[in-house]
Design a protein around this ligand. Structure first.
Ligand SMILES: [Zn+2]
Length: 185
């Protein structure tokens, strides 16, 4: 960690990553805020941004569908439906899958709304995230069920949405952005 150039942000994982997974020596050093290099064998490793998608879904009264997180990080906090892209997926595909997994809803249309960065800490590892938000319509709400990593769901009028109750800064930003867009319509 003594080799981190002075002009970059600190690597948030430098305390947890010190042994080289290739040669086993305690010579793994941050090369940037997202990468490590082993001084002994030259092994290089990146923790790049993970892609994640979230859905803004309104019911026929114009209320926003929000979820309650079942698991840490931020268990019990509010969230929007969605999640991480799996390897091999396009982001539309990820969102359609996540909304089906979490709420048993079928997305029929989606359009890109906005994107914000996020930081996700899971079991002491900090992951940089690129969150992308999509305005979505669903076939209907007849089959809606809280499943997977969703403990519960509710429909909230936009003017009543308290963004402070949401787990992540990116989600707060998305909802504030969405509120502004809706005001302009
Ligand atoms: Zn090594």
């Amino acid at each position: 960690m003594n080799n981190v150039p002075m002009n970059i942000r600190a690597n948030p994982n430098q305390q947890k990553f010190s042994y080289c997974p290739s040669c086993g020596k305690k010579d793994l050093n941050p090369a940037s805020d997202k990468s490590f290099v082993c001084k002994s064998c030259g092994f290089c490793f990146y923790i790049n941004c993970a892609a994640a998608a979230m859905a803004l879904i309104l019911d026929d009264q114009g209320r926003l569908l929000v979820t309650v997180r079942k698991k840490d990080p931020s268990k019990g906090a509010l969230d929007l439906p969605g999640g991480f892209a799996e390897p091999g997926e396009g982001i539309f595909q990820s969102l359609i899958r996540e909304v089906k997994e979490e709420l048993n809803l079928d997305i029929t249309q989606l359009s890109f709304l906005c994107s914000f960065p996020n930081t996700y800490v899971y079991k002491s590892v900090t992951y940089p995230i690129t969150d992308m938000a999509f305005f979505c319509t669903v076939k209907n709400f007849d089959s809606i069920t809280a499943k997977d990593d969703v403990a519960d769901f509710k429909f909230v009028f936009l003017e009543d949405v308290n963004t402070d109750a949401f787990a992540f800064s990116s989600t707060k930003n998305v909802i504030e952005y969405f509120k502004e867009i809706k005001k302009g319509l």
